[in-house]
Design a protein around this ligand. Structure first.
Ligand SMILES: Nc1ncnc2c1ncn2[C@@H]1O[C@H](COP(=O)(O)OP(=O)(O)OP(=O)(O)O)[C@@H](O)[C@H]1O
Ligand SMILES: [Mg+2]
Length: 374
């Protein structure tokens, strides 16, 4: 039996992004998508796979999420690994593992080989390391088949030690090889991405064309139900499946968890499986603790953002605040400061000028809370 492939290929989006990246006028794109909606999956299994396996481009991936690893060390490691001959599948397996502590950069033996400790901050060597990065990127650049750099969770760079210098060094190195190196940066915080690409004095200011990950839809649901049938020999009602998918804001991860619950417990009715999945997800993602750590006025503002029906700082938002808390609503500036607190904790984000909760799963969970809990 062949291994079931749960990956739903985002074909048109992959094709368009690949073409724009390799043949368009811009050397980079910044891809935004809310938490857990498939950015990393798209980078690794759609775009990266398409570029490497189908068209023979060199592809590298690095995620700045792992705060235990100094970002510049991680970049040096990623670029030097990309220069070694390996299959794309082997590379993906490596990227998904945690990077080793000590790594060898450059050729395995002889001059140019360098061993570095990825946990070390190496701030004293920042200048030398940036030169090394520039040199390695120069080796990777290819005008005929541009190398594709997939840099995930890039908003973390903005706050990392030496982040400004690293971004400036990266920009210079990438700018010098606009035809030979193409980059996709991703982030799950619009505010974080803006800080990097839309702030006038930021090193990567306007370096990347913004791109939004399209939401998954009924085709994804139909695809997953087919795989489910192939694996578990069981058909699920498409309308019920679509209902669950919509309830969780079209989230692929929640949907797959629901399918796994149904696969494991055959007798479980679909709605009971839905409740169980919701509870298990909330537990894994620690939503209870996050909620309890918020003050009632923060919770009220979170709820108002989740509902999305009122202007949070206007009169309708004020009325909703009063209904939720039984207290008079504070002035708009105070409500704004509550929302900024949510943003600082990574819970709220601003897209197209509108405030929302960052994580669609948290949003669905907040909407499920009884109002009295605020
Ligand atoms: N195209 C897809 N086909 C099948 N499953 C998918 C797809 N996209 C996402 N998923 C499922 O959703 C999960 C979350 O996706 P992923 O980790 O790529 O999201 P993300 O946007 O990078 O999240 P984060 O904001 O946490 O970085 C994946 O582990 C996978 O199970
Ligand atoms: Mg990710």
């Amino acid at each position: 039996m062949t291994r079931p492939d749960w990956h739903y290929p985002r074909k048109p989006f992959t094709h368009d992004t690949f073409v724009a990246l390799t043949r368009g006028p811009v050397p980079a794109m910044s891809l935004f998508g809310p938490r857990r909606t498939g950015k990393t999956e798209f980078l690794l299994h759609d775009l990266g796979h398409h570029a490497a396996d189908r068209y023979g481009h060199r592809v590298l991936y690095a995620s700045f999420w792992q705060s235990s690893v100094a970002p510049l060390g991680l970049l040096l490691y990623a670029v030097s690994e990309a220069l070694r001959p390996r299959s794309y599948a082997e590379r993906v397996a490596d990227w998904l593992r945690h990077p080793p502590v000590k790594v060898r950069i450059g050729s395995d033996k002889g001059p140019g080989a360098l061993e570095i400790d990825l946990s070390e901050r190496r701030t004293a060597r920042l200048g030398q390391d940036l030169l090394l990065l520039d040199d390695l990127l120069g080796q990777l650049a290819d005008r005929d088949k541009p190398a594709i750099l997939l840099l995930d969770e890039v908003q973390e760079l903005a706050t990392a030690p030496g982040g400004g210098e690293i971004m400036a060094g990266l920009r210079t190195a990438l700018d010098r090889r606009r035809d030979g190196l193409k980059t996709v940066f991703t982030g799950s915080s619009q505010i974080g991405l803006n800080r990097i690409f839309s702030t006038r004095d930021a090193p990567l200011y306007r370096f990347a064309a913004p791109l939004t990950l399209p939401p998954l839809g009924p085709d994804f649901v139909a695809h997953q139900l087919e795989v489910f049938h192939a694996v578990f020999q069981r058909r699920l009602d498409p309308a019920t499946a679509q209902g669950f998918f919509d309830r969780f804001g079209g989230n692929p991860m929640a949907f797959q968890r629901w399918l796994m619950t149904l696969g494991q417990y055959r007798e479980l009715p679909e709605d009971v499986a839905a409740e169980r999945t919701a509870t298990a997800l909330a537990h894994d993602l620690d939503f209870d603790r996050i909620w309890l750590e918020l003050q009632p006025h923060h919770r009220a503002m979170a709820r108002i953002l989740a509902e999305g029906d009122h202007d949070p700082f206007g009169a309708t938002g004020a009325a909703r605040f009063e209904a939720l808390t039984g207290q008079p609503a504070p002035i708009p500036q105070t409500r704004q400061s509550h929302v900024r607190t949510l943003a600082r904790r990574g819970l709220a984000d601003q897209w197209d000028r509108e405030w929302r909760l960052t994580d669609p799963l948290f949003e669905a969970w907040v909407l499920d809370r009884p109002e009295a809990e605020i």
